[in-house]
Ligand binder design. Sequence first.
Ligand SMILES: [Zn+2]
Length: 276
Amino acid sequence: MSRGRLLSAGALFVAFTAPSPPVLAQARRPKIAVVIDDFGITSRKNVPDRYWMEIPWPVSFAVMPESPRTRKAARETLQHGHELLIHFPFDPFLDLSLRPDRVYPGDAKQVEWLFKKAMKEIPGAKGLNNHRSLKATQNRPLMAWFMKFLKPTGLYFVDSRVSAKSVAYDEARKEGLRTARLSYFLDTAGVHSRDFCRQKLRLAAVIARKKGSVLVIGHHYFWATYKCLVEEVPELQKEGYDFVFASQVAKAFAPDKVKGAGGGSRTHTALSAERF
Ligand SMILES: [Zn+2]
């Protein structure tokens, strides 16, 4: 795709200054939140950050801590009016014991250390989602403790659902955090094509129509994901969908509604997708 076909600064200006639809109509429009994960990690074949930044509709970028480009990626995300999340790696990045019955003090210490570092490296973050962390997100004591830890920060939590057995979303709900969870990955390490992404976006749109909102996650590495989004999102917008920040689909649940939230609850997620 030539640079000319991609989004220009002019398009950005027009999109941000276009008049909003009437409030009532907008309230009924299904909402789709796109999160772009692993932002700030570099690979030579990456879609350049500036392409992502020029996207004229709201995107939430989940930035990895501890990368040489973390601060730059976080700064540019905010400068371009997008939303910022901390993309938090529990395991295998931290050497956690993950006791099944309680939170091991050494685990808590490591998580606290990385979280504090991430808050400094990624100032202005509104939310947090997990990077990988297959084991940590299945560990109820750790997730329960982490949500208590996260609550005073005011960050919302997105469960990236890297496992069908993740309890992170349930524990976030129990703690009264604003929270959302993945419905579909738009790409995987093994499958990243425009068709795959388009198919997942369309499935997500069906959920958004039924439930009012949906959250999908793609990765900034892939041209196929980028091209799919810049082609498909304007079409979906014309069809009546609103693309919004993840914070706009993260909900707080009343405690009495959380009972039986279902640790084994299933989503329509491509849970067999290879993890990043
Ligand atoms: Zn990730």
